[in-house]
Write a new protein. Sequence first.
Length: 412
Amino acid sequence: MLSMARNLYTTACLLLSWALFLSVGTGVSAAQPTEPEQPTAVDVHAEYARKLAIYQAARQAFEEVAGPYWDEIKLKRQQRNAKRRNGEVVVADDYVLTQPPRYTGPPRPVPPPEEQQEEAHHRAHMPVVADFLHQAREHYQFAPTRPAKEIDYKRAYAKVARAAGLTPEQAARIYIFEVGGNGKYNTQAGLEGHAPGAHAISTALGYNQLLTTNSVAMMAEQGERFASHLKAKAAGLSDATAKSKLLRKADVVLRMTAYCRTVPDQWSEHEKLAKTPKGLAVHAMVLDVDVGPLLQTQKLLDSLMFARRKGYAAPLTAAELEMMNLTGDGNGFDMITIPAEMRERIPTSNFFQRGGYERNAVAIRNNTVARLLAATNARMDKGMDQPGAKDLLSAFRPNEITGIAESTPPRQ
């Protein structure tokens, strides 16, 4: 049996050798390789559906943990606000002391090409500077006066900010945090570096990254004062053309103000209005060298006045003021009034809405109040040597802003 097996093996080897000889000698392949079968559209959709089901199951399991956590964040915030209204002391146990759950499941699968196209078609367009300018022309027949040079806008901003009581350090360090040490007056979130393929991630615009909702809210509350400022500035001009231009701009501001006051003075209502074409047009004023500095300054001044109304008399550092600019006045004030000994224990999640927190890598990485403030200061320190930051600091010097018409400071 063994010899028979050997004979059969030898015969097989001879036959294989002969086949190989023929394939080499004649150029004919003994066995033509076959191309792997390409998956059909049905196969692609089936695989996508399978991965999507796995992802959705993982997300649902995550939501069963994350949902209650963020509900507790909201409840604790309401309870802290009630304690403050009643004059009670807020203690560590009034905050959620655990970090938020992190999703560690599979990523959402990439849909098939045709579904990607469908999603892109229905995805909401994020308005950009071109949209703000278009809507301003369309609805107010207005184009903002753009600065001839970046330093012109910085000087105009420094003039207004200085008159309103902001310090050079506050203005420059917040500018660094928001747009880097070399940001422009028209810098929009997501488009800071002009990288290929970059896209806007929000409507945040300018030195202090004002959202469309910020512009609408401040125009509703301060628009008449902004218009009065423009009229006073026009009165000091001898050039008839320049005077007429400023007076027309004041009229546009009043028309925008009237529109912004068509809804109750509430953030949620301003947010809805800011998404309308006329609301987007209001945001174009951030780009205007006369009105933009008023809006940028007012945003920070509102935070300072909020803290003062709450009885916080100590000067705010730039990092503390930025916390109010970043998270909103109420949440920011909550954060900066935490005693130093508690700041290392309190997670930053207590001061954000869930969506804002999950998009904020800085707050996630520096996940306690102490760490976030330290990281903010470190980022500000690092940017102080940047050209834009130096220019803004120098713009606050009296000799740099002479020749600019005296400005009426925003309401305090």
